[in-house]
Write a protein that binds this ligand. Sequence first.
Ligand code: SF4
Length: 468
Amino acid sequence: MQEINQTSEATLLLPDEKTLAENFAKIKPSLTENEAIIEASRCLFCHDAPCTIACPSSIDIPLFIRQIASKNTQGAAKTIFTQNILGKACGVVCPTQVLCEGSCVYHGLNEKPIDIGRLQAYASDYALDRNLRFFTKGKPTGKKIAVIGGGPAGLSCAHELTRLGHEVMVYEASPKAGGLNMYGVAPYKLSNDEAAREVNYVTEIGFKIQTNTKVITQKEPQETQDASQQCVLLNELEAQFDAVFLSVGLGKSHRPGIAGEHLTGVQGAAEFIYQLREQDLHIPVGRRVVVVGAGNTAIDAAVETAKLGAEVTLVYRRRAEDQSAYDFEVEHAKLAGVKFLYLTSPVEIVGHTHVEGLLCLQNEVLGLPTDTQGKVDIMPIPGSELLLPCDMVIFATGQEKMEAFYRQIPNLQLDRGKVKVNEHFQTDNPKYFAGGDCVNGGKEVVNAVAHGRDAARGMDRFLSGGAA
Ligand code: SF4
């Protein structure tokens, strides 16, 4: 571990290659053929398949598991990809503990559920390793569709539209397509190489992606433009294409608006994780890090900084039972050495030019929620100030929705910043469809993939003259 004296006030850590490889090793290692067949053979192939019902992309789970058990791994991959073309990513990044595996009947027998996620990743890898292709470009329809955002929803939509014979162009603002898979998920779940390989596999069906390209609603002043990106005007796309699919992700991380947010060492969690993925883990990190928030992104940022060598404390204004992070993610963070401070709110970041500490106030519980969805009422305790010395503060208290962008699209209806769609993912402006984060406010990769696939089918109906 190398220490960098960045300023007189801060010491940053830069782990060596060996430490990075050890600390960021896969938490769900790949199954061997024998392991996969043995695990698949445990499945009871339930007729009502609660695992499939719990899967947001409705993969026929007992079917693909039976195919693995009978050594038809190619068939298993086809079963998975028919419903979810990003089957590999979803096999390793899905919160399977609360989805398919959480519904497995083995829980009722007090036995370990089937390792569905790893079986799915095993079959998907089999197809990706051999470049087995199950789908081809459909007979040309003459229709052209623009997809804004090359994340899981956009890729899934573009793949399905191409199968259906439409010509698709994906516009992606980042240097690489993949969205969350490339820049957002924890690298110990899915590596950059794995994410890129899957993007290439999906794209090879025959649609185009234009990266480093931002879609804007009006010309921006030269000085505010990012020189590495080109801009395309939305109304020009609207004129050129028969339909537009909005798969725009979320924006910048929220900041709470407290003193000291300008100091070096203050970051948003989404930006931190983006940078970590973009630089393939090679980023310096503070020796002591405080992460603010208690959702799954907060946990990811906390675990990642801990794996980079930092002492990490996560502060959350409410109680442990109020945090939105999955329990298994919280346990994983504790195993990585992250400390949790509940009923604690940040009030000021202290330091000269660089972060030196986070001043917090402790909270007391005023009233318990009246329903399971409600949040506990809290109030700061006067005089309970607590200074947490640190070199980095990471805010993981949500991300902005791209409301200003959506508001420029005529007739698009919004619901608390999210784009409103019908059951076919068509918005109130018939030319526009939407899915993924911009519709659900930020859920799992698998939800975005399912949205993209179903929106493509809705667009196909609309473009063929039927109602969407
Ligand atoms: Fe197999 Fe469990 Fe699904 Fe039943 S619920 S089909 S045992 S994975």
